[in-house]
Design a protein around this ligand. Sequence first.
Ligand code: AKB
Length: 313
Amino acid sequence: MVIGASGQIGSELVVELRKIYGTGNVWATDIKTPRAGVADEGPFQVLDVMDDKQLIHFVIRNKITQIYHLAAVLSGNAEKLPIQAWNINMDSLMNILEVARMVEDVKKVFWPSSIAVFGPTTPRVNTPQLTTMEPITVYGISKLAGERWCDYYYNKYGVDVRSVRYPGLISYKTEAGGGTTDYAVEIYYEAVRNGRYTSFLQEGTALPMLFMPDAIKGTIDLMEAERSKLTIHSSYNLGGFSTTPEQITAEIRKHIPDFAISYNPDFRQQIAESWPQSVDDTVTRMDWGYETKYDLEKMTGIMLEEIRKKTNH
Ligand code: AKB
């Protein structure tokens, strides 16, 4: 069962899970029906993860064995409505953890954390798995609290909950919404559509990023890993590559030489400056063999080609 199946990660994860487990064995759920894609290609249910009764009935009725809970309010949007974002991010996770604790059929849960759990007092380069964590955003606070709850449910109740701290995720199928790293998706769309982009992050702002196929493979590999190999029950650092707006610009210019960038930083600049520039994922690689295939150069070629096809440019 995938919750948040219409979102940036969910829409791609459902497709891959259906290849592995069979279309009929993967339920896509979301609060609203998507325009196309996951809803037409296999079982889909409109479901509000905040409604604990609807959730538990659905899980029992459909004999759900694994839950991927991807619904969340991201960092930028959460700053606009802090209390609502906190309630959505926390209550939805607690509903899932409780279902996993109570329903015997549910064997595993995946819940994403984020680099947002770190803050200005964290070492920003090669951020260790275990370090100072003082997040300054509502989203980051909710993810850090969520990590502690995951660890608690594992230790106290034996709930097999697995998690990674996603960096910025870059994809062409479904656009992200409301995040601080979203510029790194928007820049490609605008390069193809208009040949120019105004970045809401300042030149020189380095953040860790990951191309979606690597993120999806990592997520599924973690869920498939032998439980005895997993030493982290809060959330694993997940590396990719570190990049800045001007480095992406330079890569895009190899394909679109006239591409123009300008900078108009907004409130998300402060958020980005509180996050790591790169993360150390040695433990992740050692525990369950995480590895990536794509760097900025490879990813840029694919992003531009796919967006051109998608937008007929
Ligand atoms: C965001 O920017 O809020 C997310 C994240 C890094 O968790 N993409």
